[in-house]
Design a binder for this molecule. Structure first.
Ligand code: ADP
Length: 227
């Protein structure tokens, strides 16, 4: 098996915006992420961070180039296999948590595991373990509305890691939080990354947080360059 968790090779993406014409968002993006590496992705709004994360997470297709997950080239796979890889190998966190409001924190972390074939008892144990890693095990039985913004986002991290993916992709995961909460939530995220040995690609506007990761990459004119 490859030691590289995620590779992007020559990724190009063009959007057709009707009257304004075509916009070439990604112009040959290359990236290699090793197991256990946490990398920040910085760029101004509109530069293409979300587009890049969606392609890396197999939620969208590039116009050209290759995405390899653990050495497996995604474009050669059937839709069913892509979906299976996305479910088992990739965890996503967005700026807004998207937790299911009618379920508790713990249930939000249990449900994706049940969908993946894990037993309820095992799923509950893992949910408790993840919640304790981010310091909110006491909030397990609360619904999202009864949690603070920072707590909700920590639950979203736990949910993204519920099925033990090898890759975590996060799109401005602290962008909606005040600076102090953002700092604490980010620390919890890095703790999760370190404890579980997963590979993380995290888009952020916050250079201070970015500097706490192993590498910082900037999306500049559609290409990734060291920041
Ligand atoms: P970021 O995440 O860095 O803010 P995005 O990846 O969301 O950037 O968007 C990059 C550019 O591509 C923006 O100019 C945006 O308007 C455009 N774009 C994104 N998605 C689409 C789409 N589905 N159709 C047309 N244009 C899009």
């Amino acid at each position: 098996m490859s030691d590289l968790s995620l590779e992007l090779r020559g990724i190009e993406k063009v959007y057709n915006q009707g009257q304004t014409g075509e916009i070439r968002v990604l112009r040959g993006v290359d990236l290699s992420l090793s197991k256990g590496e946490a990398v920040a992705l910085v760029a101004p709004s509109g530069a293409g961070k979300s587009t890049l994360l969606h392609i890396a997470g197999l939620l969208d297709q590039p116009d050209s180039g290759e995405v390899l997950i653990a050495g497996e080239a995604a474009q050669d796979l059937s839709d069913a296999r892509r979906t299976a890889i996305r479910r088992a190998d990739v965890g996503f966190v967005y700026q807004f948590h998207h937790l299911l409001p009618e379920f508790t924190a713990e249930e939000n972390i249990i449900l994706p595991q049940l969908a993946n074939g894990t037993s309820r008892a095992e799923a509950r144990d893992r949910a408790k373990h993840l919640l304790s890693l981010v310091g909110i095990e006491a909030r397990a039985s609360h619904r999202p509305a009864a949690l603070s913004g920072g707590e909700q986002q920590r639950v979203a991290f736990c949910r993204a890691l519920a099925n033990q993916p090898r890759i975590l992709l996060a799109d401005e995961p602290t962008g909606n939080l005040d600076p102090e909460t953002s700092d604490r939530v980010f620390a919890a995220l890095m703790e999760l990354v370190r404890q579980t040995g997963l590979t993380a690609l995290i888009a952020t506007h916050n250079m201070e947080l970015a500097a706490r990761m192993d590498r910082v990459l900037r999306l500049d004119a559609g290409q990734l360059v060291p920041a």
